[in-house]
Design a protein. Structure first.
Lengths: 191, 194
C-alpha cells in the first residue's frame, strides 16, 4: 500500500483518529488504575501512621486548619483500648526545591515530643533532597520537644543538621514539622 | 544489516548517549545513582519498544506532514500508561522512579528512533532496534549513574563502601557533565581500537 497523501482531509482524519484512540486508551487506563492508585496512596498513609505511632488500635481522623494559613492538616488521634496514645499529623510544605508539596507524617506523644517522622511523598532532587527520608537526617527529630529543640536548620540559627547540598529541602521539611507542631498546640492535646 | 547487528549497535557503535548524544536531558538529570539510571533506562526502553512497534505498524496510514504530531501523541500516551500502571501496581518502584517517568516524553531518543528508523523499516527490525537502543541507553545511564554515585556518594546501587560524604560535585549537575565527558572519551577510545 502506498503512503497516504498529505491532503487536508487525510491529515485531519488521521490526526482525529490518532488522538481519539489515544484519548480512549488513556481514559480506559485511568479508570482501571484509579482505584488501585487510591488504595496504594491510602496504604502508604497508613504505613506512615504505623511508622510514627508504634502501638494503637483505633484512629480518629479530623481536619484542623493550620496556623496562619488557609490549608488544613489531617490529625490522626491514635487510641489504644480507648485511651489516647499519641497524635499523628499529616503535614506538608510547598517550599521545597520542587513546587510539588513535600508530605510528611509527624507523630507526637502525649507530652508533645516528636516520636518519629515519616516521609509520605515528595519530588525533591533524587540523590540530594531524597536524603531527608534517610535515618541520618530524619532520626534527629526523634524524641525531641519542639519547645526546646529549634526546628530550624543550623545555618539559620536552629538545631537541625541540614542535608549537605540540599538545605532547601531540609528547610521545607522543618517547616512541615513546625506546621504539624503548631496544629498540635492549637488542638491542645494534653499538652 | 542483519538483525543481530541491528540489536547490538545500540551498545557501543551507535550508543544513544555516548555516540549519538541523544536524550541528554534525562541522562544528565537523573543519573545521580546507578539505581536511578537503571530504572530510567528500563522505563525508556519499554516506551521505545512500544512506540517503535506502533509507528512501524501505522506508518503507511500517516500522511507525511502530520507524522511528527502523530508520533508525539503515541509516545506521550505510552508514557502516561506506564506512569499510571506503575503508580497503581508497583507503588514502591513508583516512589523511587515516578519522578522521571514524565521526562521520557521529552527524550528525543524516542522520537528520533520513531522518525529515523521505525517510520522507514518493517515491524521486526523496528522492535529489535527499539530494544537494542533502549538497552544501550539503559547501559549508558547505569554506567554514568554508577560512576557518579561511586565518586559522589561513595556507594554503588546504594551499597556504601565509604562512610560519610564523598566528592559531592559528582552528584550535582556539573558532575554529570564531567563524568559524561570522560565516559565519552573512553568510549571513543574503545571504538577506535575496535
Amino acid at each position: 500500500m502506498a503512503k497516504k497523501e498529505s491532503s487536508f482531509i487525510n491529515m485531519v482524519v488521521t490526526l482525529f483518529i490518532v488522538t481519539m484512540v489515544a484519548a480512549l486508551a488513556l481514559g480506559g487506563v485511568y479508570t482501571a488504575t484509579k482505584e488501585p492508585i487510591a488504595l496504594a496512596k491510602k496504604a502508604k498513609t497508613e504505613a506512615a501512621l504505623k511508622a510514627v505511632i508504634p502501638n494503637f488500635d483505633t484512629v480518629e481522623t479530623y481536619k484542623v486548619l493550620a496556623v496562619g494559613s488557609t490549608d488544613s492538616l489531617s490529625v490522626n488521634k491514635c487510641l489504644l483500648n480507648g485511651e489516647i496514645v499519641g497524635y499523628a499529623i499529616e503535614s506538608s510544605s510547598t517550599n521545597g526545591y520542587d513546587p510539588t508539596p513535600i508530605k510528611i507524617m509527624v507523630g507526637f506523644s502525649l507530652d508533645g515530643k516528636i516520636t518519629k517522622t515519616s516521609l509520605i511523598s515528595h519530588k525533591e532532587t533524587p540523590g540530594l533532597g531524597t536524603k531527608m527520608g534517610e535515618p541520618k537526617f530524619a532520626s534527629q527529630f526523634e524524641g525531641k520537644d519542639p519547645e526546646s529543640f529549634k526546628l530550624i536548620v543550623k545555618k539559620d540559627g536552629g538545631d537541625v543538621d541540614a542535608i549537605t547540598a540540599a538545605t532547601i529541602s531540609a528547610r521545607a521539611f522543618c517547616e512541615a514539622v513546625t506546621k504539624a507542631y503548631n496544629v498540635l498546640k492549637k488542638e491542645g492535646g494534653n499538652k | 544489516m542483519n538483525q543481530l547487528q541491528n540489536f547490538t549497535k545500540g551498545f557501543i557503535k551507535d550508543n544513544p548517549v555516548f555516540v549519538l548524544l541523544l536524550g541528554l536531558c534525562p541522562v544528565l538529570g537523573v543519573t545521580s545513582s546507578a539505581f536511578n539510571g537503571l530504572g530510567m533506562g528500563l522505563a525508556t526502553t519499554f516506551v521505545l519498544v512500544c512506540s517503535n512497534t506502533v509507528v512501524a505498524i501505522v506508518k503507511k496510514q500517516i500522511p507525511d506532514k502530520v507524522r511528527i504530531p502523530t508520533f508525539i501523541v503515541v509516545i506521550a500516551s505510552f508514557v502516561t500508561i506506564v506512569e499510571l500502571s506503575m503508580q497503581a501496581y508497583v507503588p514502591a518502584l513508583f516512589d523511587s522512579l515516578g519522578l522521571f517517568i514524565p521526562l521520557i516524553v521529552v527524550n528525543c531518543l524516542v522520537l528520533g528512533r520513531a522518525e529515523g528508523f521505525a517510520s522507514k523499516q518493517n515491524l521486526l527490525s523496528s522492535v529489535i532496534d527499539g530494544s537494542g537502543m533502549g538497552l544501550g541507553f539503559t547501559f549508558a545511564l547505569t554506567l554514568l549513574g554508577g560512576v557518579r554515585e561511586m565518586f559522589g556518594n561513595g556507594s554503588i546501587f546504594g551499597w556504601k563502601f565509604v562512610e560519610g560524604d564523598a566528592i559531592l560535585i559528582f552528584i550535582l549537575s556539573p558532575g554529570a557533565f564531567i563524568a559524561l565527558g570522560y565516559l565519552i572519551a573512553l568510549i571513543n577510545r574503545i571504538r577506535k581500537t575496535a
